[in-house]
Write a protein that binds this ligand. Sequence first.
Ligand code: BGC
Length: 709
Amino acid sequence: MDRQKLENLLADMSVSEKIEQLVQLHGGFFGEVDMITGPAAEFKMDADRPYRTGTVLGEHGAEHLRNLQDRMMAKQPHRIPAIFMADVIHGYKTAFPVPIAIGSSFDPDLAEEIASAAAEEASAAGVHVTFSPMVDLVRDPRWGRCMESTGEDPYLNSAMAAAFVRGFQGDDISKKGKIAACVKHFAAYGAPVAGRDYNVTEISEHTLFEDYLKPYRAAVEAGVKLVMTAFNTIDRKPCTTNRHLLRDVLREDMGFKGVVISDYNAVGETVIQGSSADRADAAKKALIAGCDIDMMSDCYLNGLEGAIKSGEVDEKLLDEAVMRVLELKNELGLFENPYKDGSAEREKEVIFSEKIQALGRRAAEETTVLLKNDGILPLKNGQKIGVVGDLAQSKEIVGSWSIFADASRTVTLREALEKLCPETEFVFSGDAPTETELEKIASCDAVLLCLGEDQSRTGESMSVADISLSDGHRELFSRVSAVNKNTVALIYGGRPLAIPEVAKAARAVVEVWLPGTVGSYAVADIIFGKVNPSGRLSMSIPYCSGQLPISYSLFNTGRPKPETDSFVRYVSNYMDVPNRPLYSFGCGLSYCEIAYSEPILSKNVIRRGEKITASVSVENMGDSAVTETVQLYIRDIKGSVVRPLRELKGFKRVGLEPHEKKNVEFEISEDMLKFYDAEMNFTAEAGGFTLWIGHDSLTKNGADFRLED
Ligand code: BGC
């Protein structure tokens, strides 16, 4: 439909029809709805009104959505098609590893392929928009939603955000197999005070712009079609009614042109937060602030019309918001084909295709992180191996946002081990082995001990005050490691868990995260050496909850700690634990040693607008092929505001055959040195810098250079 037709359509719509386009309800409002006590009654609607709304939340399935679309269009005064939006976060029917794991691949191409596969499956099931990617930075694993983010670092999250958007949307969202993406939750939802979900966010303007906003900006630059507002407040103002955030920052500064949608009842919650007088006031504030769609509240439905008619809210704002929704429908091609790709045949063809299963397995190969190995791994086939812990036999290892995933397809670790290693004798037991079982475990050559959390312990609202292993798992670890010293700990979960005792006593530690539908095959292949691990932590693993929030990217303070893990009085440190995480961002081992040469700079002075190169050679000292993630960090020594001790500025995944040596080069530009100065200008200040190129965020492989005017 051309622009003129869209404008004619808008001009022909009544105020209430326009408002209905800005309302999103879930599936409970359609079909056999109880109009007396059900949600529709609560929202004071007649039975037909849900059908006149513009978008629907969480419904899926080709036949069902074709049918729903027909029913909705039939009741729309202008037969406007609805958009079906759903949370396809890390896969639709096939679940891929959780996003915190995808971050650990340090492989944006993989993220793009995953998003593209998820879009293929979901679009076949009639879904038009996904509420993904979630790009909130996560530095506090008490927050259960860490699993939905790709990690703690703005540079990594930005690369991943753009990749997800490309994967979901391609170059044209009307094309077959593509869906529109919605970046969330704008903004800084990942930094709730004390890690408690939905709590207020206390954040400085510098930290917000320097760290937290960058991944959203990257998604906007990649062309994301929607942005979701966050539940939290920033500076005591709810994000959903924050005009400055939504109009000045998102639209003006970042240049976002698409649709802004609230989070679930976030408009209504501003009343409970105490910043809107009532639901009509909330509706007014949200629309003025720039929130186009009201997800799952009756604020717009029942509160906007009066404000428009009385002139309290300019109808122009309503028209602009409706036009953005109509434009999205148009870009999806819904006016021509309201079902888009939804078809039962296509569902059969695409969902669980071999290609997608193979991608799920490769994804988990890349996202599993080997944290410690004293040489016990890889295990040899043909040995007797104990496999202990309920998690080894659990299908709850997919992730709490795999709401549409087919659990019957989930491969457990036990199933994977038995299938892939027929010549190995496995001795299985659960979380509470009997004495007889312990005796058998004692006689094994090694034990795979599955610890951590299943998917029910992570995700929305699943905050914890203490990120230690459960008492049961700590006891299990001591019982098993007391009888068998060859214990390999496999850590499951959607958040980093504090595992200092395991890190000390286990012979190897593997961060498995929640590996998805077929990820257990990859875990088995890594343990038995068929795959050389290459994952790197996307989020630091702390010693204990008291260190939180934590990141590798720290500041010096006026009293920096000398290079020791022991306590030093009158410097900034703890008496009981080191300042650094137990395992820092970017860390992860493979089965090969990698040797780095010192970085060589093409020049050690950059003049404004110029670029230099920094290169190292990396050599695989091992006997198997490996992928090494070469990481570039930079420190700006002095600035008009204090600068972090190091920031990730680049990474490259480099494939190395046994004993192969390669040269890896990074371009260093003035742009990479820019930051928000004391006056909030995004600029690079002349002066000294250090860069490091190495294996992880702890690398000391550095060289100095200067930026000169
Ligand atoms: C979550 C969002 C999600 C929405 C719709 C909310 O509770 O915060 O991330 O997209 O529900 O399901």
